[in-house]
Write a protein that binds this ligand. Structure first.
Ligand SMILES: Cc1cc2nc3c(=O)[nH]c(=O)nc-3n(C[C@H](O)[C@H](O)[C@H](O)COP(=O)(O)OP(=O)(O)OC[C@H]3O[C@@H](n4cnc5c(N)ncnc54)[C@H](O)[C@@H]3O)c2cc1C
Length: 448
């Protein structure tokens, strides 16, 4: 853990200890920021209940409230001008071997959960680029990893326990609740406060990760699915210069006793001879093991290790989902802006996500390519570039990642999120007074 992370997490512990459990929320001394430091939250009132019963009491006592996960979102989706509630103390893990599920308290992070289920012989189907995020925060925003056949992390949800606006506890499950469940999983924090999540498990597995360098984009024109389908999870990184991916990360899922041989070349790209960070020049010690060395799923599927700062640190992120079958065209369209983009970019990542049926998911009923940008912390410039990228992507019906920065006008969102009106009806039903609606939800969902 570096100094900045240590200070941040120790700050969180101190804050957690002075913040009352149920007493009226108190002032914190320092401004409260999201992980990237680009958002200062609009309230110092953070409730930190010890259990689900206390969550109910908090919900009943507040007229406005937003749930807060591990603060990794880049926009104001988790913000509130009045109250936030952190579920960090709800961190139980209950494994049901027979049902092949795990039920977790909503504050648990993937990095805490993964070794526990692995030790019992189980795995999750996928992970995001970092294990530091909370399960509830990740599923609320349809957070994803990569893999042509892998749905986002929310597709592993089998059941939810939610405290709704009047303090009632509801249980929704994939097996029993059909549409209500499909609408509530990617809930954007607006359906209620999720207190418990049940996730599908599968038998544990090993993964070997190999990195290749300099894949010419021409290869994508004819081999798009073969390249993105070359491993269980595949990521391409680019700085948009020289018509190439600077790196290709292939995470190969090993079958029992498989000896995995990695070829020296991959569509003309050369196998890396040392461990690499996706951002050229950054030290690779924070990255998960590469060079084809097999290891447990949870130490290979993320790009970054739990005890290190993931990605760059001070940064901004943006991501757009387009149909996978038009993925190459979309890449070429964005590439036209390369000379505007590159000076302000740390790196772009290209990933695929399988279609799902979760109403507010970016991959709703559409196999997707996600075009991601990790920007330098230069918002004034980045916000001038985003509309240009969005204009280039317009023919591909781009869906913005809910947890990242975008400038697509709210009036364009209903055409992309085709279940948006159903979702708003659901919010009216569970939260008629708008207790869980903040400015982000009001302006993006309800302004039109
Ligand atoms: C370095 C870095 C790498 C990232 N990599 C990826 C990636 O690989 N793939 C990807 O898709 N995204 C990625 N993200 C984005 C990240 O996954 C999302 O921001 C995710 O929402 C973070 O979860 P969190 O716990 O920090 O939630 P927060 O940011 O705290 O909150 C996000 C949303 O979840 C809601 N929420 C949180 N807890 C609850 C609860 N108990 N009940 C109801 N609602 C709740 C909040 O109200 C808010 O609306 C990355 C972010 C960073 C900083």
């Amino acid at each position: 853990m570096n100094k900045r992370d240590f200070l941040k997490s120790s700050g969180a512990i101190v804050a957690g200890s002075i913040i009352s459990q149920l007493a009226p929320a108190q002032q914190q001394p320092a401004p409260r920021e999201n992980w990237a430091g680009n958002i200062t939250y609009s309230t110092d009132h953070v409730h930190s209940p010890a259990n689900a019963e206390e969550v109910r009491a908090v919900v009943k006592s507040c007229s406005k409230l937003r749930a807060l996960g591990s603060r990794h979102s880049f926009n104001r989706i988790a913000d509130s001008t009045q109250n936030q509630v952190s579920l960090q103390h709800l961190d139980q893990i209950d494994i049901d071997d027979k049902a092949r599920t795990v039920t977790v308290g909503a504050g648990i992070k993937y990095g805490q959960l993964a070794p526990v289920i692995d030790a019992r012989g189980f795995a999750l189907h996928n992970l995001a680029s970092l294990p530091h995020i909370s399960v509830a925060g990740a599923i609320a925003t349809a957070t994803h990893g990569s893999g042509i056949h892998n749905g986002n992390l929310a597709t592993a949800v089998r059941a939810l326990e939610i405290v709704t606006a009047n303090g009632e506890v509801i249980h929704l499950s994939r097996d029993k609740d059909g549409d209500q469940f499909l609408g509530a999983v990617v809930g954007l924090g607006a359906v209620g406060v999720v207190t418990r999540v049940t996730l599908d498990l599968q038998p544990t597995f090993q993964v070997a990760q190999t990195v290749y360098q300099n894949l010419n984009f021409d290869q994508l024109a004819h081999n798009f699915d073969a390249i993105f389908g070359a491993g269980y999870s595949v990521s391409l990184f680019t700085d948009w210069q020289h018509h190439q991916a600077t790196q290709v990360w292939i995470k190969h899922r090993l079958s029992a006793n498989e000896k995995h041989e990695t070829p020296a070349e991959f569509y003309g790209a050369k196998r890396a001879t040392e461990k690499l960070h996706p951002i050229t020049g950054h030290p690779a010690e924070s990255c998960t093991e590469q060079m084809g060395i097999p290891g447990p799923w949870y130490e290979r599927l993320p790009h970054f290790k739990m005890n290190f700062t993931p990605s760059s640190g001070r940064e901004l992120q943006t991501e757009y989902f387009v149909p996978r079958d038009r993925g190459y065209e979309a890449i070429v369209a964005v590439e036209k802006l390369r000379d505007q983009i590159t000076p302000h970019l740390f790196v772009t990542e290209l990933r695929t996500i399988a279609a799902d049926d979760l109403w507010m998911s970016m991959a709703y009923q559409r196999d997707s390519l996600a075009i991601h940008f990790t920007w330098k912390p230069e918002w004034e410039t980045v916000k001038q570039i985003l509309p240009q990228i969005e204009a280039q992507l317009k023919p591909f019906d781009p869906r913005p990642h809910w947890a990242k920065l975008f400038t697509i006008p709210p009036s364009s969102l209903p055409a992309q999120y085709t279940r948006l009106s159903n979702f708003k009806q659901m919010l009216q039903h569970y939260d008629p007074e708008g207790k869980f609606r903040n400015d982000f939800i009001e302006s993006n969902l309800f302004a039109t």
